[in-house]
Every structure is written in C-alpha cells, then in structure tokens.
Design a protein. Structure first.
Length: 189
C-alpha cells in the first residue's frame, strides 16, 4: 500500500515529532510513503490561498490515500482541494485525517466548516464522505475537570479573568493540562 503524507510545519505547534512517529509506524506495517510534503503556515479555509491545491496537484499521481496531520480545520482545505479536482467523485481517493486535539462530542460538525464559520458548504459535505478521522477521545470526567479548572483559574492566587464565563463560555483545557494535574496529584500522594 502506498500513501501521500502531508503535515503542517507551523510554528504554532510542533507536528514534526508526531509526523516522525506516523512515518515510522507506516513503514513498520509495510505502508510506503510515496509522497511526503508539508505546508508552512496555519491555514484557515476561506481565508487566503489554499496550500493544498498545490500539494494535491503535486501528489495525486503518486498515491490515492492521503494521510494528513494538522489542525482539524486545515483538513477541510485538503478535502475541498481533492473534491474540486474531482478525485473523490468515484471513491478512488480517500483521506485519513490525524487530529491531535481531543474530539468534541458536542461539536462533531466542526470538521466540516472553517474556523469562525457557521455554514457548512455542500462541497465539504460531499468531500467528507471520503474522510476517516483519527482523534483522541477525551478522558472520562474531562468535562468536569475543565469546569473545575475554569473555576479555580478565576480565584486567588491565579485570578485569570474569563470574560465569557457569564455566557457559559469556558477556556479550553488541553489534555496535557489533565496529564500535568494527574502527575502532580500522584507525586503529592
């Protein structure tokens, strides 16, 4: 089996280490990475030039399976590029999207729309019929943990204000925050 592997090299987050693990794992199970490329800046669908247009043009002859690693909202750019080129029409191409964020069960449609957009375009609906997302599930009780963290962040000694707390908004707690809490708790015991 042969795949094209695309990943983000944005300075916002390091996807390089995860990409090395993915490449190594693919090779260990006999999957050849026929095409490897990156995009340098965080891409928000609908805002600026789509870097995936060029990546698809350079790679579609080498592989029919794409593995993409980047922010979940960047996956939309790849899916739309493949759809516009007609590659998803017959089911000959598909995408495995790797999302290192946690799955948000209350917002599963977020993959289908660009960041800060409410509308889901028809092209996205059609394209995502050829998409398989690999994303971590939030730990059991993580929502309760997030509520507690938001509460304590606003109290002394932290005093971090949350201007949207009155509207029910919360700051997002990354999984690493929960891991750190667990580590400190275990160490303290």
């Amino acid at each position: 089996m042969k795949v094209a592997f695309l990943y983000s090299t944005t300075q916002d987050r390091s996807f390089r280490e995860v990409s090395k693990t993915i490449i190594k794992t693919l090779e260990e199970v006999g999957i050849e990475v026929r095409y490897l490329d990156t995009w340098p800046e965080t891409y928000h669908y609908g805002y600026g030039e789509n870097p995936f247009d060029k990546l698809v043009e350079n790679s579609y002859m080498d592989a029919r399976i794409y593995v993409v690693l980047g922010y979940y909202f960047e996956h939309l750019g790849l899916m739309v590029s493949l759809q516009k080129k007609g590659l998803l029409d017959k089911g000959d191409y598909y995408v495995v999207g790797v999302d290192i964020e946690q799955y948000e069960s209350q917002n599963p449609k977020r993959y289908l729309k660009g960041l800060l957009r409410d509308h889901i375009e028809d092209i996205a609906k059609k394209a995502f019929q050829s998409y398989l997302g690999v994303v971590g599930s939030p730990p059991v009780g993580f929502e309760d943990f997030t509520i507690k963290v938001n509460k304590y962040m606003q109290l002394p000694p932290f005093n971090f204000p949350n201007p949207v707390s009155r509207l029910g908004g919360m700051k997002r707690v990354p999984a690493e925050g929960a891991y750190l809490y667990d580590a400190v708790y275990v160490y303290a015991r």
